[in-house]
Design a protein around this ligand. Structure first.
Ligand SMILES: Cc1cc2nc3c(=O)[nH]c(=O)nc-3n(C[C@H](O)[C@H](O)[C@H](O)COP(=O)(O)OP(=O)(O)OC[C@H]3O[C@@H](n4cnc5c(N)ncnc54)[C@H](O)[C@@H]3O)c2cc1C
Length: 504
């Protein structure tokens, strides 16, 4: 029976895993060991809606506490500067896999020409607004958003929550791990102190100290589908720029660049393939586009892929220690939350004595989740025709999307119908069929079946778009929404139920 869990690492993965365990299973002890000398990765600032849902709805962290200390802004989706349209938006509420009751076809069939105003978030993004306005003028904070959060504030805020609920912290560098009959018996710190536990969460980032190094679990590379392996990162303090309610993903010569919007800071990063461009060339291209960025942007190296199994003996790896897929859809924190939740639920369902078949199921699910992200991102690369550089020609010709063949064949015959969901490589894809349709329609991939709307249909379609556009035009921007939620009279809807309980 698992009673004492040691979490190695206090980046966002270790902290989310630790909080999830302690919050849901208060009887176990959770002890986090981390090395201030190694520090945290310091990038990872865009999320998906799964992240606020995990923090607020699943873990019950107080929104007021989180918004006060982590100071996030709202992200309604990603604006892709991509493909033959030059630009299209991927929002977190269906645009294409959705149908008005007074129209005969799904929205996707009306978006060949214009790709906008098919959902409220799409219209809000167009107008640079975060939320619709309520009759009293305040923002209507619908859950169709994710967050932008600076990594440092996120980690600090999570640490304060972790300490509040009774998680113990030790600062020290783990030098080795002692093996025992059931896996790892203890970790040994550089000062030679030993810390024992029944179970270990490896959240040591790319170092993967326990799963990768001590247990030598094999790593599966995704380098046939995803060629990028580095990023130059650098942002600047905001002056006159408006706070956009979305991330931008912009096509670059040898990869793509993100723009993430914080209240006082704009964060930019260029993700590229080191086989196509040197670090210096990438920095030059990045600085030409972003003259306000620091002259020597930081280089971050990574590899896309994951360990074959995330749970081996008495170790589960969460976060970069288990796997990482490049940040085009900002999915890492989503994966951390989902893996932490799955593990917690398995402990709960087994009274903390998980069975080998549970462990096998966990391993199947975690591996499938990484493959899902790999497949979705690979499609982004394969379809993008925005630039005709050697890197992008290589992506269009060589990106391995073999797992998507049934979907692409079905789409080519039938177009953007929701029935495409039955041809997804993973029917439970985190991106749902909507994500794949956005990539296909957004990149104007041709299909045979054509719906020719009547004049009456088009009139109805345009009326729906105009209505959403009017709501969004009257919407409320990020800065004004921040002022609302910081006003002493603001009431979060969780306020009466949500204090994080102290267990000691
Ligand atoms: C270029 C880039 C952009 C990214 N963008 C996004 C994004 O937009 N959205 C998103 O969700 N994710 C993004 N990510 C991923 C994201 O940064 C991470 O997945 C997330 O922050 C979790 O990191 P982590 O906690 O696994 O690792 P880390 O932050 O690296 O933390 C590792 C922890 O382990 C400790 N540690 C390591 N070794 C030892 C040791 N021997 N002894 C003691 N302690 C040790 C460290 O001190 C630290 O506390 C991005 C990643 C990269 C590379």
């Amino acid at each position: 029976m698992i009673k004492h869990i040691l979490v190695l690492g206090a980046g966002s993965a270790g902290l989310i895993a630790g909080i999830s365990l302690k919050r849901k299973i208060p009887n176990i002890t959770v002890h986090i060991v981390r090395s201030p000398e190694i520090g945290v990765i310091g990038v990872g600032e865009g999320t998906t809606p799964h992240f606020p849902a995990h923090l607020f709805d699943y873990l019950g962290i107080s929104r007021r506490h989180f918004y006060t200390h982590a100071a996030p802004t709202w992200k309604l989706g990603v604006r892709f500067l991509w493909g033959p349209r030059g630009s299209f938006d991927f929002t977190f509420q269906p645009q294409l896999d959705s149908q008005w009751s007074d129209l005969p076809m799904a929205n996707g069939f009306y978006c060949d020409g214009e790709f906008r105003d098919a959902s409220l978030p799409s219209s809000l993004m167009h107008h640079g607004k975060a939320f619709a306005r309520q009759p009293d003028g305040s923002p209507d904070l619908q859950p169709f958003h994710a967050l932008h959060i600076e990594n440092k504030s996120l980690v600090e805020t999570l640490e304060s929550v972790a300490r509040d609920i009774g998680i113990e912290f030790t600062d020290g560098k783990v030098a080795s791990a002692e093996r025992g009959p059931g896996g790892i018996a203890a970790v040994v710190l550089e000062d030679r102190s030993r810390i024992e536990a029944d179970f270990f969460i490896d959240a040591s980032g790319f170092r993967s100290e326990l799963l990768g190094k001590a247990l030598e679990e094999s790593f599966v590379s995704f380098d046939r589908s995803l060629f990028c392996d580095r990023a130059v990162v650098g942002g600047w303090e905001r002056t006159v720029e408006p706070i956009l309610p979305y991330t931008i993903a912009e096509t670059m010569d040898s990869g793509w660049a993100w723009q993430i919007e914080h209240e006082h800071h704009i964060n930019r990063g260029y993700v590229y393939a080191s086989q196509s461009i040197s670090d210096d060339q990438a920095a030059d291209e990045f600085l030409r586009k972003n003259p306000k960025a620091p002259k020597s942007p930081r280089v971050v190296k990574f590899r896309s892929g994951c360990h074959r199994r995330h749970w081996v003996e008495n170790v589960v790896a969460i976060g970069n220690a288990g796997g990482f897929v490049e940040p085009l859809e900002a999915t890492a924190l989503m994966v951390v939350c989902s893996h932490a939740k799955n593990f917690v639920e398995m402990l709960l369902q087994s009274s903390c004595s998980p069975t080998p078949t549970m462990r096998d199921l966990y391993n199947e699910n975690t591996f499938a989740a990484w493959e899902d992200i790999r497949d979705f991102l690979a499609l982004h690369y394969r379809l993008n025709t925005a630039k005709d550089t050697p890197f992008w020609r290589h992506c269009r010709e060589d990106t391995d999307i073999s797992s998507l063949a049934p979907l692409l064949k079905f789409y080519a015959e039938n177009g953007p119908t929701g029935l495409c969901r039955y041809r997804l490589p993973k029917p439970t894809s985190a991106f749902t069929v909507e994500g794949f349709l956005v990539m296909l329609v957004g990149n104007r991939i041709p299909y045979d079946f054509k719906h020719s709307p009547t004049a009456a249909e088009l009139k109805i379609w345009q009326a729906h778009r105009a209505s959403l556009d009017a709501t969004a035009r009257n919407g409320i921007g990020v800065r004004e929404t921040l002022a609302y939620i910081r006003h002493p009279a603001w009431q979060w809807h969780d306020e009466r139920t949500m204090p994080v309980p102290r267990t000691r």
